[in-house]
Design a protein around this ligand. Structure first.
Ligand code: HEC
Length: 144
């Protein structure tokens, strides 16, 4: 896959810890935590794809399962229009709810389609997952 896109996905997965500080609204915290978990699993896979860590089919399969499950939870955790000064969710999430849910479903499909049997197979299937993050963030998350 294109290395720049991969690097971007890994950076995106890594960059978020600070965004959490000072969040008041527990519902916003919960959806941020979901994304943070998604970020951590994606990073684990991205590092295997990049060769920063050794390919581990068991860990990769765990990440695939966690990402598939997490993607399925996105709609329920974002549905209520909860706000917080620290939130990076754009109003478009609720103004275009159908489109937002479609992006969550696209991520769920990409996660389910991850191939974790070999490093090469993982590499080939990882691009679609990264694309699903970027597509949603572009329209529904601040600064992306
Ligand atoms: C359906 C839309 C959608 C998809 C798909 C999606 N995200 Fe997000 N993500 C968001 C929104 C919206 C926020 C901002 C939430 C907030 O601040 O209230 C966010 C926030 C984040 C954050 C910051 C969390 C924090 O600590 O505040 C990370 C990290 C993240 N996403 C990673 C990912 C990765 C990696 C993927 C792909 C595997 C992904 N996201 C897929 C919508 C999505």
């Amino acid at each position: 896959m294109r290395l720049s896109a991969l690097a971007l996905t890994v950076t995106l997965a890594a960059g978020a810890a600070l965004a959490h500080e000072g969040v008041q609204n527990p519902a916003v915290m919960e959806r941020m935590d979901l994304m943070k978990g998604i970020g951590a699993e994606t990073r684990a896979l991205g590092e295997m794809v990049q060769g920063k860590t050794a390919f581990d089919p068991v860990r990769a399969a765990e990440a695939r399962a966690a990402l598939t499950e997490a993607a399925a939870r996105i709609p329920s955790l974002f549905e209520a229009r909860e706000t917080d000064p620290k939130s990076e969710a754009l109003p478009a999430v609720w103004e275009d709810w159908t489109g937002f849910v479609a992006q969550a479903e696209a991520m769920e499909a990409a996660a389910r389609d991850l191939q974790t049997g070999s490093a090469q197979a993982l590499r080939n299937s990882f691009a679609d997952l990264g694309q699903s993050c970027r597509a949603c963030h572009e329209d529904y998350r601040l600064d992306d």
